[in-house]
Design a protein around this ligand. Sequence first.
Ligand SMILES: [Zn+2]
Length: 448
Amino acid sequence: MELREYQNELINNIRNEIIKEKRTICAVLGCGGGKSVIQGKIAQSATQKKNEVLFIVHRKELCRQIENTFRKCGVDFDYCTVGMVQTLCRRVTKLKEPKLILVDECHHILSNSYRKIIDSFPNAVVVGFTATPVRMNEGGLGDVFESLIESVSTKWLIENHYLAPYKYYGVDLADTRNLHTKNGEFIPDEVEHLMARSVIYGSTVENWRKFADGRQTIVYCSSINTSKETAQAFQEAGITAAHLDGTTGKAERDRTVADFRSGKIKVLCNVDLFGEGFDVPDCEAVVLLRPTRSLALHIQQSMRSMRYKEGKTAIILDHVGNYTRHGLPDDEREWTLEPKKQKMRCKSKVKTCPNCFAVVPAGEPVCPNCGYRFKEERKAPEVIEGVMLQEISSLPYYDYKKCRTFEELDRFRKAKKYKFCWTIHRALEMHIPIPDKYSKLADRLRAG
Ligand SMILES: [Zn+2]
C-alpha cells in the first residue's frame, strides 16, 4: 500500500521519538488524513520484526474495519491483537505482552479502562492517534503522553485536495447558551427538554431545502426521540428519510445504510451512531442538531461530509451553535500536552454572516460566501425562533470563476460593489456571452 508523503513523514517522526527513548507518543493528524493506513504501516513493520502489537479501538464496530485495513497493509496477525478497549481491559491478564501499543482516537486515553491496559505493560511503547489531543473540555493529554507530534492540518488537507472544501452555515434554532454541563458535556435531560420545546423540526427541513436541498445528508441528533421526530418531519415534507440509533438491529441498520448509499434515502437521522471512525456512508451535507461541548465530537460530526470528491463542496448546517463553542473544523489550533493550560483557542474567532448565515473567521471584512460587507464585529449570534430572519438573496459563489452567465457575474459584481466594467471584463475573459445592449461597451473595453 502506497503512503502519501506526509504520512511517511509522520511515521518517520514517530520513529525518531522512539529512538530518543520517548515511551508515550501522541500523533495528531487532521480528520480524513488517513490514519488507519499509517497505523497499519506501523503495525506491519513491527510484526514483521516479530514484535507483539496491541491495537486499542474505541468502538466494537471498528475492529473488523481496522483488521481489513491491517490485512491490506500486510500486518502479521500472529503478532497483532485488535480489540475494543472494554474487552481488552477485561482480558488484560490474558493478553500477550506487547512491545507496541497503538491507541486509536487517543483523546479518550485518560479514562480508566485505557489506563489500566497501558499500566499493565510498562515496557511497551504507546503511540496514540487523534485529530483533537484534548480532554473532554480542555486541557492536554500530558498525564499519559510525553511527546506530541503534529502532522498536516485539516486546512492543509483541504488545500491539497485530500478533503472537500466546505461551507458552514450557522442558523440557530435552539438557544443552547443556558444549558448546564456535567462531566464536561451538556446534561442530556436539559438538551432533550430544550430540543423538544423548540419548534425546530419543521425549520430543520425548511433550512435543509434552502442550504442543502437534494444532497445526501446525515443529521446528528441528541436523542432517539428528536432523531425520530426529525426523520418524520422530512418524510412529511416528501423527502425520503430514516432514523437509526445504537439499538437498531443489525439487519435493519445495514439495509438503511445501503439505501442511503444508493440514494434511495436522502436524509439519515441518527443518534451517536456515526461517531468516531465508524464507517459512515459518504454524504454531501451534515445537519447538526446535537449541541456538544466536546471539540472531538464537533469536529468528527461536522467533517463527516468532507470526504474528497472532485468538484464537491460539503455543506455543514449547524442549528445548535456548536461553532460558537468550537469554531470551524479547519481552524488552525495550537495543541499542547499541558494538562490544565490548554485554552479553547478558537472561541469567538468566528462570526455569522447576517446575509447568508455562513460562519466565517471573525477577521474577515467581507463574507467570502456572499460578498456581504460586515459592519462591525458581531457578538453571539441571535437566536432565531424557528424561522429564518431574512430571505437568502445571496449568490452561492465566493469565486467569480464559478459564475456561468452574464447575469450571475453581474450579481457577483454588485455583491462585491465593483464597477460595472468589471462584469464586462470578466465576461470577455471567461467567454461568457454579453447581452447585445452592452456590445459597444464590450468592444471598447476589449480594445483597451
Ligand atoms: Zn454571506
